[in-house]
Design a protein around this ligand. Structure first.
Ligand code: C2E
Ligand code: MG
Ligand code: MG
Ligand code: MG
Length: 292
């Protein structure tokens, strides 16, 4: 596919530089230039209710519109952006853009149109002593209410010590909702949930893959469903919301609903799209609500 070719092309480009370290530096320089040149864009993937396909939120995902290589996905440049520290200004851009866009949607389509907008935050950003103030600034400048913002962090990022923990608790106190991303893939998911002020757990795609396959075993013995089942039980006990990630088929929706999941995200429900794409979804829903 075009996407695979684009990715392969990009990897080749970096490898062509020879020394890995050199490649990193080169990519770091390219990212700096790209940031100055406005080459980053934010797309939004809808997060949907599983019973009636109503949109409840969106997740912001960054893309690099490279002048020669076309659209480059975050897997290709986020690691380098983290190593070079450029994730801090890049993350600031995503934060401000998402808050601005979410506030615009709420203004145009009303407070019921979108419950929340989420974005990914890496450990390096949480280490930045200015991060909490930047979030507060983005909310104030956009007018987005703090309870409409979700910050997604991974387990490994959360495990990075005092400064990160302090920042997360401060964000929580401000009323911002924190989501544990890729949940279940980290090393100490369970103990983490007690220490960390999470409002949402996002069940990792790897536990959604294969969940629809019936092994013919009694439900409780079905290893394919074991993690998804444990996570929903834990979330309920702790009063957390859940989002099942990477849903690619209607059969997976059925299996997840049987386990008790009510909200999900994935190509089967909706792919990441431009802000205009989300606006069209919201506009269509506004019309159908009006008619019904
Ligand atoms: P994530 O936060 O877990 O985001 C979900 C990823 O899964 C996205 O990939 C999304 O396009 C993809 N996805 C969604 N539904 C499906 C599906 O049904 N099947 C499959 N195979 N994939 C699906 P994307 O956009 O390539 O992002 C990859 C990762 O890059 C994200 O994983 C996140 O960790 C990171 N990332 C993206 N944007 C940002 C950002 O602005 N800042 C930071 N720090 N990280 C970001
Ligand atoms: Mg995420
Ligand atoms: Mg995720
Ligand atoms: Mg993931």
């Amino acid at each position: 596919t075009a996407k695979q070719q684009g990715k392969a092309g990009f990897v080749r480009y970096v490898e062509g530089l020879g020394e890995p370290v050199l490649a990193h530096m080169q990519l770091g320089g390219e990212l700096r230039r790209a940031l100055d040149n406005d080459e980053f864009r934010v797309v939004y993937q809808p997060i949907m209710r599983l019973d009636d396909n109503q949109l409840v939120g969106v997740e912001a995902l960054v893309r690099w519109h490279h002048p020669a290589r076309g659209v480059v996905g975050p897997g290709e440049f986020i690691p380098a952006a983290e190593r070079t520290g450029l994730i801090v200004p890049l993350g600031r851009f995503v934060l401000r853009e998402t808050c601005r866009q979410a506030a615009a949607w709420l203004a145009e389509f009303g407070p019921e149109s979108l419950r929340e907008a989420g974005l990914n935050v890496s450990a390096r950003q949480l280490h930045d002593p200015d991060f909490v103030a930047e979030v507060a600034g983005a909310l104030a400048d956009s007018g987005l209410p703090c309870e409409r913002l979700v910050l997604e962090v991974t387990e490994s990022a959360v495990l990075r010590g005092q400064q990160v923990s302090r920042a997360l608790h401060e964000l929580d106190r401000m009323g911002i909702r924190l989501a544990l991303d890729d949940f279940g893939t980290g090393e100490s998911s369970l103990s983490l949930l007690r220490a960390f002020p999470a409002a949402i757990v996002k069940l990792d795609k790897s536990f959604v893959d294969g969940i629809e396959i019936d092994d013919g075993l009694p439900a409780a013995a079905d290893a394919r469903q074991a993690v998804a089942r444990a996570v929903i039980q834990l979330a309920r006990a702790l009063g957390l919301d859940t989002v099942a990630e990477g849903i690619e088929s209607p059969e997976q929706v059925t299996a997840l609903r049987e386990l008790g999941y009510t909200v999900g995200q994935g190509y089967h429900l909706a792919e990441p799209m431009t802000a205009d794409g989300v606006s069209r979804l919201l506009a269509r829903r506004a019309v159908s609500n009006h008619l019904s």
